[in-house]
Ligand binder design. Structure first.
Ligand code: GLV
Ligand code: MN
Ligand code: MN
Length: 399
């Protein structure tokens, strides 16, 4: 089986030009004009390869290579093309365009799968628009109905796309799901190993925290009288870091990645701050203990500083285990290529597809482990190894 890596590299480069940020950065937020154009372009490529496609109620795409026994549950695979602000060109896109190239590779080598093979382009893996990651795969798994989603301006899903759910997938619709993705960490590259076969996906939690203090004139309000919402929020961010660092496990991570200060003037004491924080672990109970510690810290900070601190839980998902049969198919397909079994610390639509079908993930190395940055990079050789292994695993599962 020979992957056409030159064509795939060109396609990845073209997809990166659909961006709202100057090169090499990629910004492609779900439902933006740019995202719509990129999605239409990928759908065109799928159609050119003879795939039959459909769109669900929120804009995810399902492109099917029909097998010789189309009534059997299909083998699904895929990833996302939405990109966070100032991201790179490989997160998600390798699983979409690489997934398409895996199908084309099988087509060229004369494979005739018994089961259909379906490429899914999830409409939004990233949390940029609604603050919650993977909303489309959550809906496919029946974990979210979509009516609860609001963007920062209070707009709903309906306001954005004008379509209605449900998008829940029927039980038993897929025999298996596989996602090819860049590792987004340094382990494979450091070890000189071309493939990572994922055994479990870490449990993410997101809270939006509102800190309400009292504003005033930056010159006139004396320091002992202050109830500065930003200083309290800064303490909350440090508490997130402390709680994650002291969990006792390197697998616990905590990040405060958003901080909106109101009114946001240099000569005005911040009266209201909204922060968004993210805590993850492959051990769900340990993650929850860290969250409890952060909650206790918030109560302490609020009391001491005379500010009100309230939280909204956006998500607190359990971890997911990958399926033994999908793992075995990936191991067989790896052939002579070395692989390492590993956990995924990033979340992926696979976390929720694991509720729909037996699921596995395949990682390839990315340069310096960098992701969610414009200098994100995976070499053509690394991508080709991933696509070839994915194609082999799909052929085995679809037999
Ligand atoms: C996905 O992009 C994540 O934040 O893990
Ligand atoms: Mn990402
Ligand atoms: Mn991704």
């Amino acid at each position: 089986m020979k992957v056409d890596i030159d064509r795939l590299s060109r396609e990845l480069a073209t997809l990166a030009t659909f961006s709202d940020a100057p090169e090499p950065a990629v910004t492609r937020v779900v439902y933006s004009e740019t995202w719509q154009q990129a999605r239409a372009w990928v759908v065109g490529l799928c159609a050119d390869s003879g795939l039959v496609w459909r769109e669900d109620g929120v804009g995810s795409i399902f492109a099917r290579w029909v097998g010789t026994e189309p009534e059997l549950p299909a083998i699904a695979m895929g990833s996302h093309i939405d990109a966070i602000p100032n991201a790179g060109a490989y997160d998600g896109t390798v699983g979409v365009l690489g997934g398409l190239e895996a199908i084309r590779t099988l087509q060229r080598s004369g494979v005739q799968p018994r089961r259909s093979i379906e490429l899914i382009m999830f409409c939004a893996e990233e949390p940029t628009l609604f603050g919650i990651g993977c909303f489309s795969s959550r809906m496919m798994a029946g974990l979210l109905d979509g009516s609860e989603l609001r963007d920062r301006e209070g707009r709903t899903l309906y306001d954005h796309i004008g379509m209605h759910p449900p998008v829940r997938l029927p039980e038993g619709c897929y025999e298996a799901f596989v996602e090819l993705h860049i590792e987004q960490g340094p382990l494979l590259e450091r070890a000189g190993i071309p493939l990572g076969i994922v055994t479990a996906i870490a449990a993410p939690a997101t809270w939006h925290i509102l800190v309400e203090g009292e504003g005033g004139h930056a010159g006139a309000v004396l320091m002992p009288d202050r109830r500065d919402a930003f200083c309290a929020a800064a303490e909350v961010a440090l508490a997130v870091e402390r709680a994650a660092t002291s969990s006792g496990a390197i697998d616990t991570v905590g990040t405060t990645g958003v901080c909106d200060i109101f009114p946001g003037a240099v000569n005005s004491v911040p009266s209201r701050v909204r922060i968004e924080m993210d805590v993850r672990d492959i051990d769900g109970d340990r993650r929850d203990r860290v969250l409890a510690e952060i909650e206790a810290a918030c109560a302490g900070i609020g009391g001491r500083r005379g500010v009100r601190i309230t939280k909204r839980v956006i998500n607190a998902d359990p971890p997911a285990a990958c399926d033994a049969r999908v793992i075995a198919a990936l191991e067989t397909a790896a052939g002579r290529l070395k692989y390492r079994k590993m956990v995924s610390r990033a979340y992926h639509d696979s976390l929720f597809m694991a509720r729909v079908a037996p699921t596995g993930m395949l990682f390839i190395p990315c340069r310096n482990g960098v992701s969610h940055r414009p200098d994100e990079y995976a070499s053509p050789e690394a991508i080709a190894a991933g696509v070839e292994t994915l194609a082999g695993a799909l052929a085995l599962l679809a037999r």
